[in-house]
Design a protein around this ligand. Structure first.
Ligand code: F6R
Length: 245
């Protein structure tokens, strides 16, 4: 696992957007595994800038997203489908038919079957983008006694519900369940980049880059088993976790 320390969060976002743009150039029909959340907003904003400045072509790019809340209409501004349209897909020449975000409505079992199939359709993703939760979650694979390899329904951790509450006016409406890719599917991507910033992520990042264990109590640690995983943190977070390179 490679660790990159940047000057600040803005630089982290630029760096990761640069890597995605390069993949789009190198492989015009690449499949990208994408994430949502606060961390990724600026990555997508930078990618949209690169799209304009470097005339990137997304017309044959395929995407599959990590997760979606259960019970969330795709038109709801708090859904991850809406987030992806709003932050990326509406601003580049991607064909939305080539983008997949699991549907939050409808029959959950059918959606899980469809989700699992989509992850491997025409091959696993070339690239997977990840944020990390306070609990060390990747996708919505929460810390616990065991990890799911495949896409499944996850009960969200209280730390995740609290973190997500910042987006909801009515705190009683913060979703408590989501559909997520499993850790096996996440690690099936050719190349994985995880981006983290902020003091709330210190324990999760410590477990990932400072400790030698792979443990379900910090799901992100499965990335230690991946052949091409990169963790991007900024100087402030590196100092907080005591990472010296
Ligand atoms: C989002 C996802 C989550 C987030 C994580 C960090 O699709 O899968 O794992 O990446 O919760 O969220 P932020 O960036 O809001 O701190």
């Amino acid at each position: 696992m490679k660790v990159i320390v940047t000057e600040n969060f803005a630089e982290s976002c630029k760096l990761v957007a640069r890597r995605i743009a390069d993949i789009v150039k190198e492989k015009p029909n690449a499949k990208l595994g994408l994430a949502t959340g606060g961390t990724c907003e600026d990555i997508y904003a930078n990618l949209v800038k690169l799209y304009h400045n470097e005339k990137l072509d997304f017309s044959d790019i395929h995407t599959v997203n990590l997760d979606e809340y259960i019970g969330m209409e795709p038109t709801n501004p708090l859904s991850y489908r809406y987030y992806m349209n709003h932050n990326l897909f509406d601003h580049v020449n991607i064909d939305k038919a080539n983008t997949y975000v699991a549907g939050g409505m409808g029959n959950v079992e059918d959606t899980i079957d469809e989700f699992r199939a989509k992850i491997y359709e025409d091959g696993a993703p070339d690239f997977q983008l990840l944020g990390i939760g306070v609990s060390g979650h990747i996708g919505f694979n929460e810390a616990g006694e065991q990890l799911h390899s495949l896409a499944h329904v996850e009960q969200l951790d209280t730390t995740t519900i609290e973190a997500n509450a910042r987006y909801f006016e009515d705190k009683n409406k913060v979703p408590t369940t989501a559909m997520t890719m499993g850790v096996g599917e996440i690690c099936a991507a050719n190349e994985v980049w995880l981006v983290a910033s902020g003091a709330s992520k210190v324990n999760a990042i410590k477990g990932l880059i400072m400790e030698p264990y792979v443990t379900p109590h910090n799901p992100s640690t499965v990335l230690k088993l991946h052949q091409d995983a990169t963790v991007v943190i900024d100087k402030a977070l590196a100092e907080l976790v005591g990472y010296k390179g």
